[in-house]
Design a protein. Structure first.
Length: 620
């Protein structure tokens, strides 16, 4: 059992070293233009205003001087960044400090800087750029968490480790079940299993089965028994989503970290906004302002100056602790990412229950960061959808993508509750993933079972791409992805033909929304450019989203169009072998799927032969 965790640490080290090497290559060998095209860099950069935020951090606003409309940038709140300056000979000079993204939207970003000297460097640079930096902090936290778990001799952490990784039993309470008439039977059972669990429980929520609804109900009911719980997820977006749902139920949420959906509602429960809204914050701001004024105005700094500064700093610290304590005392739910649970604000805090959403997308090491702070753990997700992102092939082959949720599903099946009624897809769409991934245990709710857009329509159409060089795949411009220009044209033409069948007025009146998905980033960029250039799509652009499969996780649309890209003589389907990705793509659709791909290439793989046979039977 300990050996498994030691092996996880070794694989994590491989992933870390790989990322480190990739970052060095990007920094030293890759030109700015390639970094910009890959979404790793903004250049040239315009510098805006700077100020101290409510946490007394110095931040600066920057904007992308030349926005790339067809490039999906990879900047996210919480990610580290570094600044550089390009000289006349196009050599890059990197500034010797690391910032952190506080907020990003479209082509505007707010970055936390470590010092006033760093701000001066940014402001004085002539040809400034910013790029993503290696996230050393997250790796340090994951390594530290694994070390804690491996070395735990006794206590709750050691017990949870043994329950998850050995045959040690997971215990349950035995009180009578609670009734939830507004939930379906499988959801009601799942909530009760959460309440009964003394150690661990898993809510397995396939697409459209109301996982978030069930999880929110379980958290709400747990709060009848506990004062406060910790709610985490792998991504900021997932934390924001469940935080909003809890706030809708009237639960007091304290959001720690960097929210991505910065709406007034979101800001209302961030730590920063609540900190600023505290009655004592004005006193704190006045003291901080006085300290900065004294530093700026004092020339000869006497002993009395230093004594006064120290007294003011002590008073600031006291006020900060008072405000923070008040905020935590008022919160019923503390919400953050798994890595965010290592935030200094949570040092010394321990929780009766930890809820982890998106658990099937989180590395085991990341989960242990938060699990150190709890007595029992509830995981929710779907291990049949997207796994954690692993960049190092050797680490992936070694099993770094094996998650805690998968381990519990395999070792402790009695702790797993499957949600079985789905409310998203018509039955024609649902039945194929149901048989392939969920042992046929799902059923469609009556209100969606026969849903469709057109009379006598079929749920899934496969549009075959012709053989020949014109339709063969090729490398995308960035050299890392793939695209298929002829298939991209056929993809948009197929959607256009379907739109003509429905009728423009009906599409706009009923707001029929569409997701165009491709497994490949290169194809996504190409499709976006083509859609933007074709005037036919202008009235419909607000209804159409184009993204990768990973970008569509957790979303749904009336119509899903999937461009498969792969078309070659060898029958090579690349990472389309990861069937969990195809499960995500197919299950985004409510009423219709248009699947565009080469039958011959994809038929080399058994899964796609079964999919083709299923579609052919739908369209006799």
């Amino acid at each position: 059992m300990i050996q498994k965790l030691v092996r996880q640490r070794e694989l994590l080290k491989l992933e870390y070293e790989y990322e480190k090497e990739q970052f060095q290559r990007q920094t030293e060998a890759m030109g700015v233009e390639r970094k910009v095209r890959r979404g790793l860099c903004w250049y040239p950069l315009n510098v805006g205003r700077n100020y101290y935020n409510s946490l007394d951090q110095l931040v600066v606003e920057v904007t992308n001087g030349v926005p790339q409309e067809d490039v999906e940038h990879q900047f996210e709140p919480g990610k580290p960044v570094c600044f550089f300056e390009q000289d006349a000979s196009e050599m890059l000079r990197y500034m010797k400090f690391v910032g952190q993204v506080s907020y990003v939207e479209d082509n505007r970003m707010v970055i936390v800087l470590p010092s006033a000297d760093a701000l001066q460097q940014v402001q004085s640079a002539q040809r400034l750029g910013v790029q993503l930096y290696l996230d050393e902090y997250t790796y340090r936290q994951m390594f530290a968490a694994l070390d804690q778990v491996i070395n735990a001799q006794k206590g709750r952490l050691a017990e949870l480790r043994d329950i998850i990784h050995t045959s040690a039993p997971a215990h349950k309470f035995t009180f009578a079940p609670v009734r939830f008439p507004w939930l379906n039977p499988s959801q009601e059972q799942a909530v009760n299993e959460v309440l009964w669990a003394k150690d661990v429980a898993v809510v397995h929520g396939p697409p459209g089965t109301g996982k978030t609804t069930t999880l929110v109900e379980a958290i709400y009911e747990t709060l009848r028994r506990e004062t406060q719980v910790l709610v985490c997820a792998q991504s900021n977006m997932a934390v924001d989503w469940i935080s909003e749902k809890l706030a809708d139920r009237g639960v007091s949420v304290l959001r720690i970290g960097n929210p991505t959906r910065v709406t007034d509602k979101m800001l209302g429960y961030t730590f920063e906004r609540r900190f600023e809204s505290h009655p004592r914050y004005t006193d704190l701001w006045t003291l901080r302002h006085e300290i900065r004024r004294m530093y700026d105005s004092q020339k000869g700094r006497s002993d009395s100056f230093h004594q006064k500064i120290e007294r003011l700093k002590d008073r600031c610290t006291e006020l900060e602790m008072t405000i923070t304590a008040d905020l935590f005392a008022d919160a019923r739910v503390v919400a953050c990412t798994l890595t965010g649970s290592a935030n200094r604000l949570l040092v010394g805090h321990h929780f009766g229950t930890l809820f982890i959403d998106e658990a099937a997308q989180a590395l085991e090491a990341a989960c242990w960061i938060a699990m150190q702070k709890a007595n029992r753990v509830i995981l929710a997700g779907d291990h049949r959808q997207l796994p954690p992102t692993i960049k190092c092939i050797e680490a992936l082959k070694g099993g770094l993508d094996q998650t805690i949720m998968q381990t519990i599903v395999e070792n402790k099946p009695a702790q797993v509750s499957l949600l079985t009624v789905q409310y998203r897809m018509s039955d024609g769409i649902m039945q194929f993933p149901n048989q392939e991934f969920y042992e046929g245990r799902l059923e469609s709710a009556p209100q969606v079972k026969y849903r469709g857009i057109l009379d006598w329509d079929t749920a899934i159409d496969w549009i075959d791409t012709p053989e020949g060089m014109d339709y063969q795949e090729q490398q995308a411009g960035d050299g890392l992805s793939r695209q298929n220009p002829a298939e991209a044209e056929l993809t948009l033409q197929s959607l256009k033909d379907y739109f003509i069948k429905i009728g423009k007025d009906r599409i706009l009146y009923e707001r029929v929304d569409v997701g165009i998905i491709s497994p490949y980033r290169g194809q996504v960029s190409l499709l976006r450019r083509m859609l933007r250039r074709d005037s036919y799509w202008k009235p419909f652009r607000h209804l159409i989203t184009i993204n990768t499969i990973d970008g569509f996780q957790g979303q749904e649309r009336d119509v899903i169009v999937i461009s498969m890209v792969r078309n070659n003589d060898e029958g090579d389907v690349g990472f389309l072998r990861d069937l969990r990705r195809m499960n995500v793509a197919i299950t985004r659709a409510r009423m219709k799927i248009l699947l565009i791909g080469n039958r011959t290439t994809l038929s080399h793989y058994p899964f796609y032969r079964r999919l083709l046979r299923y579609i052919d039977n739908l369209n006799p």
